[in-house]
Design a protein around this ligand. Structure first.
Ligand code: LLP
Length: 431
């Protein structure tokens, strides 16, 4: 079975009604293709689930680390989502795209004084404070600038989201946030409340990424609301925002688990409202910060095959003109993807081969054990599906390879959203 927005016509693979082989020929490869309509659809699904939930003023904040360039921030702004930004680079990109910065949430475990100044100067709405030093520094700098900065405090609820270690961040020993279990989160909350240039609105946590278990966010909410209550009892402060971070998983391959996000939000928000009432707290605004589930299935990467190496008695390799430079996720996390021939999609796929990149190292694997048509050869087009999240944003110039272009398709047309890096771009900073 093919994914919703993919189909095969005349032996060729189509995505969102577009012939992928044609796009590869027209714009060159490697090429990131992103569907604007799909991004909007994903935004709307969060918006309607959170807009109709029993927690007032709830909403989604797009975690732009998943995919960050100006066109994305414009789309997100039009759809009415906030933006989670983690660096001055993301802040600057959002700002230059005309994003309403009062809806930006600045995350990160080490914001330098310069970062803090830059974010304040660019009107970032919320800081998600991560540690004691940041609270002190932000209060000092906000004071210098004569503003009262809205903040959330990032805490760790001690939840194991059952995902891969690199993205599990809600555990007590995480580098992010202050731990509730050790009592340090309460101390940090007291410190933030005591600061006259800080306006603490509520608490934030992010348990991890690729979450499929439907109870993970509910367990996190239970711990967080318990913490809301402790803070209220010991300081009198009432938090009004509960930000549970991002993390909903996305389906990358057939047979992988799935989660019904709107249904989960319904259950979660119902729980939050009920639990808050039980604890004698006002029902907080529920914020979620999806990254992957907004952009992942909106993206496909296209490559051109350069060689097919059949090592008799051993294994086969299909080498393409991209690699770990445009998609490092298999190298980093052994992430699985669905790989298909785009121009020979109608042929039976019975040649097993590793899809490998052009970088000078053996670990440069996009996906092992893929199935291709027997006739695959130089000049053919290969599509790697569901590459909209953490591919372009994690791309590098290793081996001095330029980053691919991003072409944005929609029902109304198509346009280059990010240009292909040229050789001159690569030496631009060299002196
Ligand atoms: N909020 C915070 C504070 C986060 O740290 C993250 C992701 C998100 C939201 C969005 O999570 P999502 O909905 O995308 O799962 N490079 C890895 C993923 C790293 C995620 C980091 N934080 C990958 O390629 O799988």
């Amino acid at each position: 079975m093919l994914y919703g927005s993919l189909n095969i016509k005349d032996g060729r693979l189509f995505f969102e009604g577009r012939d992928l082989t044609d796009l590869a020929k027209k714009y060159g490869t490697p090429l990131y293709v992103m569907s604007e309509d799909k991004i909007r659809e994903n935004c709307r699904s969060y918006k309607s689930a959170l807009g109709s939930c029993p927690c007032p003023d709830s909403g989604a904040v797009y975690a732009s680390k998943a995919c960050s360039f100006k066109e994305i921030y414009r789309i997100i702004a039009e759809e009415g989502l906030g933006a989670d930004v983690v660096s001055t680079g993301e802040i600057y990109t959002a700002y230059k795209a005309g994003f309403p910065m009062e809806n930006a949430y600045f995350q990160g475990n080490n914001k330098t004084d310069d970062d803090i100044r830059f974010a304040i100067d660019h009107g970032v709405g919320y800081f998600v404070c991560d540690n004691f030093e940041e609270i002190e520094a932000l209060d000092r700098i906000a004071g210098e600038k004569n503003i009262r900065q809205k903040i959330l405090l990032r805490v760790t609820p001690g939840i194991d989201p059952h995902t891969y270690d690199e993205v599990a961040t809600g555990k007590v020993d995480s580098k992010f946030g202050v731990a509730i279990e050790t009592g340090q989160a309460l101390e940090a909350a007291k410190l933030a409340i005591s600061k006259k240039n800080l306006d603490l609105k509520g608490f934030h946590c992010h348990v991890g990424s690729m979450v499929f278990d439907s109870d993970v966010f509910i367990r996190a909410a239970a711990v967080m609301l318990g913490f809301f209550k402790d803070v209220k009892d010991s300081t009198g402060f009432t938090a009004t925002v509960l930000d549970l971070g991002g993390g909903y998983g996305v389906k990358y391959y057939e047979g992988q688990g799935e989660i019904d996000i709107p249904a989960n939000i319904k259950e979660l928000s119902g729980y939050v409202a009920k639990k808050a009432e039980e604890l004698g707290l006002p029902v907080p605004a529920l914020k979620l910060e999806p990254g992957r589930s907004i952009v992942a299935d909106a993206g496909v990467t296209l490559y051109t095959v350069g060689s097919v190496k059949k090592i008799t008695g051993y294994k086969n390799y299909v080498s393409i003109d991209g690699g770990m430079t445009d998609n490092p996720r298999y190298c980093l996390y052994e992430s699985r993807y669905t790989v298909m021939s785009a121009d020979k999609a109608g042929e039976e796929a019975n040649l097993k081969a590793d899809l490998v990149g052009r970088c000078c190292e053996s670990g440069d694997i996009i996906q092992p054990g893929c199935m291709f048509p027997k006739t695959i050869g130089r000049g053919d087009t290969v599509a790697v599906l569901t590459t909209g999240a953490y591919n372009y944003s994690m791309a590098s110039n290793y081996n001095r390879i330029g980053r691919p272009a991003v072409v944005m398709i929609s029902e109304g047309g198509e346009r280059i959203a990010v240009k292909r890096e040229t050789l001159d771009d690569l030496i631009r900073l060299d002196v």
